[in-house]
Each structure stands twice: as C-alpha cells, then as structure tokens.
Design a protein around this ligand. Structure first.
Ligand SMILES: NC(=O)c1ccc[n+]([C@@H]2O[C@H](COP(=O)([O-])OP(=O)(O)OC[C@H]3O[C@@H](n4cnc5c(N)ncnc54)[C@H](O)[C@@H]3O)[C@@H](O)[C@H]2O)c1
Ligand SMILES: O=C(O)C(=O)C[C@@H](O)[C@H](O)[C@H](O)COP(=O)(O)O
Ligand SMILES: [Zn+2]
Length: 360
C-alpha cells in the first residue's frame, strides 16, 4: 500500500493506494468518526452492478443507504444533484453522517458537491474506481455541469480521505483506461520530464495500461497534484497548471454534448493545441510529431471532428474559468515540467484552431 498525504489550508487527508485497501475503510471510519450516524453511498449503474454488494459487505457494521445515479456525465446534472439531496433528506442524514463517492470522476464530482452543500457541508470520502480518478478524487474540486459550460456549478471541498483500491481497475473498459491515462500524461508534462520519458518508454500500447503496471504512475500523478493543491488550494495561482489542455478540452466536451467524447479524449486534443501555442508563442522546443505518433499508437483521436465549427469552440473557450474579462488565458509550457500562463488573442487562437479541425 502507498499513502500520499494531501495538506491543504482547509484540510489534511490521506490518499491510500493499493489492492484491497477498501478493507481498511471500516477501521478508518471507527477511528476518525466515532459519532458517525449514517453512511450514504452514491454510485453509478456500472459500479452498482459490479461492486456495490462487496462494498456493502465491507461496511456491514454501519447503517448505510445507497443511491444509483446514471453512468458518466449524465450524473453531473442539476436533476441528479437534486435527486441526491432529496434522497439524503429522506434518509435523514444529519451533520454526523458521511457520504461515500463510489465510482469514477463523474460520481466523485457529483457526490462531493452534494456533500459540500447538504446542510452546508457534511463529510465525504472518495472511493475512486477509474484511472482518471487519480486526478479527480484528489484536490477537492467538486462540481456539476451546466449546458453553457463544464463544471460551472461547484465548490472547493476536500474529502476526508481517498481509498483508491486498484482492484476496481481490472474491469475498466479500454476507452476508460485511455481516458484516464490522458491525465497521467498531463501530470508528467506540467511537472516532470523524467516521468514523461518513463511513460513513453513503458506505455507503448493500450495493453500496457494495466492495473499493476500503472500503480506507480498513479501514485506519481497523485503526488504531483497533492503538491500543487497543497500550495494553492483555491486556484489563485499555480493550481491553474493542472488545467493544462482543459481550455479547449472542456470546450470540445461541451460542444460534443457531455459524454460524446470522454474527458481524457478531449484534453488530449486540448494538450496538443496548447503545445502548438507553446511552440509558437513561448519558444517551447518539443518533438510534436513523436508525441502525436505516440498518442495515435495508444488509440487517441488527435484532431477535432470536422462537424464542430472553430467559432463555436472559441466562444466556449471564452467561458473558461480562467478567462478574465474577454481574454482567454492559456496554460502553456516553456519546457516539459515548466508551465506558465499566457493571454492569447482571438485571432491567434482561431488560426491555430483551424489546424486542429479534421479535414473532411
Ligand atoms: N474534480 C477534479 O479535479 C477532476 C479532475 C479530472 C476530471 N474530473 C471529472 O471527472 C469526470 C471523468 O471521470 P472518469 O473518467 O472517471 O469518468 P466516469 O465517472 O464518467 O466513469 C467513466 C465510465 O466508466 C465506468 N466505470 C467506472 N469505474 C469502472 C470500473 N472500475 N469498471 C468498469 N467501469 C467503470 C463508469 O460507470 C462510466 O461509465 C469528468 O466529469 C471530469 O470533468 C474532475
Ligand atoms: O484539480 C484541478 O485544479 C484541475 O484542473 C484538474 C482537472 O484535471 C479537472 O478536469 C478539473 O475538474 C478541471 O477544473 P475546472 O476548474 O476547469 O472545471
Ligand atoms: Zn481534467
């Protein structure tokens, strides 16, 4: 088992990573929450079928209820958020109750937002089940989507702990492995050249993204994220680096209809775009061709579907949370491991966007 401590100004908590570590949860609850009244598990249809029964057995000492929400981005809606609050009220959760977010990033973001707002905040624990969730379960960004923008309604609200049991990863479909690995690549690009080189060396095909092999990469990604969030919990400065690739990525997700492209698929294209901007406006020396070929071998889309007009993406990017006034601010790289922020004007962005839209 590996443990990473996240130390933010609002809360310190452990991220426990390893196979079968879910069995440590009851003791943690007994020790840390001696007055615990009820548990409410929020999970989705897939995880509900695969693992809910096991989790209920692990938690048999506790009074618990569960709600099953739709899979994927369909969980991050106002309707589902409202249903969760209604369920919590009907179950009479109180301020000594605790929510368990059991699933991928969508369940984690939704459940965290429910926990942050129910009775003005009750504790929650993340039990991530995807590769991507090495990112989403850590750092306390919780949110639901609005049709006008991704994660537009949310909070910074840290979990009490993250129990990352890697056994769950064995059932992940290939597409979800790929999606999650995109955030691992992001962590390497913004923070650590040798980590990036190691990823290229060890992950040559999608089959290499397996639970056992990926464990140290997930732990490394979590350490990188924990360090950044520890310094800047509420994104007043360097936390924005974790948004590398997301300005265009979120625009693509929204424009494709949430869930049309997965989060990781969209930020791969977003990172390629930010890399091009970095080369052009920030003297970033980078072998883009080699990077793109690696992504293609791993099965990623590297271009934006032709049916999405560049103008619409530009408008979406203007609603990015890093935009101040009407200036779109990008996370660019000076070198691998050396990110910075830069405002880029619309004309330059449009010019570069045209290159990323798939030619019919
Ligand atoms: N809060 C943050 O800091 C942060 C960071 C990154 C991403 N996110 C958000 O996370 C979401 C994406 O997360 P995700 O990729 O984990 O997606 P997800 O939660 O939508 O899960 C993806 C799919 O995989 C299925 N699944 C999950 N675990 C499984 C398992 N072990 N076996 C089989 N199937 C499984 C789910 O049911 C779903 O259909 C996006 O909404 C994104 O915006 C948040
Ligand atoms: O934790 C962060 O900070 C991130 O930016 C991590 C991102 O991978 C994640 O997708 C996050 O939800 C994006 O945040 P947003 O503020 O752009 O919605
Ligand atoms: Zn992300």
């Amino acid at each position: 088992m590996k443990a990473v401590s996240v130390q933010t100004s609002s809360k310190e908590y452990p991220v426990l990573i390893g196979e079968k570590i879910i069995h440590e949860l009851p003791l943690f609850l007994h020790n840390e929450f001696p007055q615990l009244t009820k548990l409410m598990i929020i999970t989705d249809e897939n995880i509900g079928k695969l693992y809910l029964q096991d989790l209920l057995e692990v938690l048999s000492d506790f009074e618990s209820s569960h709600i099953i929400v739709p899979n994927g981005e369909n969980a991050k809606t106002f309707e589902v958020y409202h249903e969760c609050l209604t369920f919590a009220l009907k179950q009479q959760l109180d301020r000594k109750s605790l929510i368990l977010a059991f699933g991928g990033g969508a369940v984690g973001d939704l459940s965290g937002f429910v926990a942050a707002t129910y009775m003005r905040g009750i504790p929650f624990i993340q039990i991530p089940t995807t590769i991507l969730a090495h990112d989403s379960a850590v750092g306390g960004k919780v949110a639901i989507n609005h049709e006008l923008g991704k994660n537009m309604v949310g909070a910074f609200y840290q979990p009490e702990a993250v129990f990352y049991d890697l056994e769950y990863l064995h059932t992940l479909p290939e597409r979800e492995k790929r999606s999650g690995f995109a955030e691992v690549i992001k962590h390497a690009l913004i923070h650590d050249l040798s980590f990036y080189e190691e990823l290229k060396e060890k992950v040559k095909t999608i089959e290499d993204i397996q639970a056992r092999l990926i464990q140290p990469f997930l732990a490394r990604g979590i350490e990188i994220k924990a360090n950044i969030v520890g310094e800047d919990e509420k994104e007043t400065g360097k936390r924005a680096f974790l948004n590398f690739g997301h300005t265009l990525g979120h625009a693509v997700e929204a424009e494709m209809g949430y869930g049309g492209w997965s989060h990781g698929e969209a930020i791969i294209v977003g990172m390629r775009y930010a890399i091009q901007l970095s080369k052009k406006y920030n003297k970033f020396a980078f072998n883009d061709e080699e990077f793109t070929n690696w992504l293609i071998t791993l099965g990623y889309e590297t271009e934006i579907p032709a049916e999405i007009p560049a103008e619409k993406l530009l408008l979406r990017m203007k609603q990015d949370k890093k935009t101040i006034g009407s200036s779109i601010t990008f996370v660019l790289l000076e070198a691998i491991g050396n990110p910075m922020m830069m405002k880029i004007d619309d004309e330059a962005l449009m010019m570069e966007l045209e290159r990323f839209v798939k030619k019919g």
